[in-house]
Design a protein. Structure first.
Length: 160
């Protein structure tokens, strides 16, 4: 008789199982190790409006393969160059969840201390819960004042 009671007590005391992992885990994926967000193999981790910019970037690359694409830097780093060990060592993530949306702030350094002015970064990732997973809806550089969804990409054609 004690065994069933103990089992029920443990089940009730256990934390609920989350349908989606923490929003911060969706962001951490892009930093450990660093991944290039616009890469086609990561598209399923994003929603509009960012996916539209990625499609325009793909179109620009297709039309003019010898020219600079629309996205010529790593958006998650707000940079082109970085030291992976430093990014991994200094990465701090803070998340705020409100229903099916979340905001994750990523703070990190690109290079070891003293190896580059302006190495400190603060990025704000906006996420939505879609189909039980956290997806990136937008990305803002608090450090340099831009938002990914508002970057312009001129391909000569509209996707609308």
């Amino acid at each position: 008789m004690k065994m069933p009671f103990l089992f029920v007590a443990l089940v009730l005391a256990a934390p609920p199982i989350a349908v989606a992992g923490p929003a911060a885990d969706a962001v951490k994926f892009f930093y450990t190790p660093v991944k290039f967000e616009p890469d086609a193999k990561y598209r399923d981790r994003f929603t509009e409006p960012v996916t539209k910019l990625f499609a325009l970037n793909d179109e620009a690359l297709r039309k003019n393969p010898d020219q600079m694409p629309c996205i010529d830097f790593d958006p998650g780093l707000d940079a082109q160059d970085f030291d992976q060990k430093t990014v991994s060592r200094t990465l701090k993530l803070d998340e705020t969840i409100s229903g099916d949306t979340a905001e994750v702030t990523a703070r990190f350094d690109l290079f070891p201390e003293g190896e580059g002015e302006g190495s400190r970064r603060e990025m704000i990732w906006s996420l939505k819960q879609v189909g039980g997973s956290w997806k990136v809806a937008d990305l803002t550089s608090k450090t340099n004042g831009w938002t990914l969804s508002t970057l312009e990409c001129m391909t000569g054609e509209s996707l609308d």
